[in-house]
Design a protein around this ligand. Sequence first.
Ligand code: C2E
Ligand code: CA
Ligand code: CA
Ligand code: CA
Length: 275
Amino acid sequence: AKASRRGGVCFFSSELDDEASERRMLEGDLREAIEGGEIEVAYQPVVSSVTGQVTSFEALARWTHPQRGPISPARFIGIAEESGMIGLLGTGLLLRACRAAAAWPSDIKVAVNLSPLQFESSGLVKTVKAALALSGLPPQRLQLEVTEGLLIRNVDHTFAILTELRNLGVQILLDDFGVGFSSLSYFERFPFDKVKIDQSFVAKIATSPAARAIIQAVVGLGRTLNMGVVAEGVETPEQMQALVELGCTHLQGFLFSEPQAESAFRHILRPDRDE
Ligand code: C2E
Ligand code: CA
Ligand code: CA
Ligand code: CA
C-alpha cells in the first residue's frame, strides 16, 4: 500500500496499482497462451423454434490460466483488444472454429464473434477467405457475429467490409441488439442475415411489458426484412414459450445447453459414429 496524503492509507490508489499490475501480468500470460495455442473454444447450440433441432453452434473463447483458473472472455478479449493481440487471437479462433465445423453435418453452421477492432486492420476479408480455404468449410456454413459497437465507429468503411464478407457467401449476424446505441437505420443500410436479441430483454420477458414489446418489434422487423431473430440467454421453459409465441425464429441459452467442449456434442456432430 502506498503512503498517501495526510498520512492515511489510501487503499483506493493501491487497489488501482494492484489492478494495473494484475492486468500487466495477465497480458503477458495471455500473449504466451495465444502464441502457444492454449485458448480453447467452447460451443453453444442454437435451436430452431420451429423444428427444435440444432441449426448452429456459437464458438466462444475459453482461457484457463495455469494458476488462476478460468478467466472470463469478457476480460481477456478486452485485454487482447487493448494490447493489440486481438487480430492474432481472433484469426486463431476463427480458423479453429472453421476446422471444427468442417467435420460436422452439413446442415449445421458455426457462428464466430468478431471484435470491432478486427475491422480496423485491413486484412479481415483475406483472413476469412484463408480460414475458409484452409478448413474447407463452405462459406454458407459460417456466420460472423458483429456488435453495434462496430457500427458507431467508421460506418462507411464497416459496411463496405461487411458487404465484401457477405459477398463471399458468409452470413452476418447483428449481436447484442437492443443495448448500447442500437439504431434501426442499420437495417436499412445492411441486410443482416439474423439479429440476436440481447439476453437482458429475455431475462425481463415475464416482468417487463416494454421488453416484450421490443422483442415483438424486432420480430416484426425480421419478418419484413427476411431476417431471422435469435433470442439469447434462454434459461427457463417459460421464457422459451414466450419467445416462441412472440415469433423468435431461433433460441439459445442454458435451457438447451451451456457452452461446452466440442466433444460434449458428439451425439449431434457425429451422429453416424458409435463412440
Ligand atoms: P456474447 O457474444 O453475447 O456471448 C453470449 C454469452 O452469454 C456467452 O458468455 C455465453 O456463455 C452466455 N450465455 C449463453 N447462454 C446463457 C444463458 O442462458 N444465461 C446466461 N446468463 N448467459 C448465457 P461468455 O462465453 O462468457 O462470453 C462473453 C462475451 O465475450 C461474448 O458475449 C462475446 O462478446 C465475448 N466473446 C466470447 N468469445 C469471443 C470470441 O471468440 N471473440 C470475440 N471477439 N468475443 C468473444
Ligand atoms: Ca455472440
Ligand atoms: Ca450476444
Ligand atoms: Ca454480450
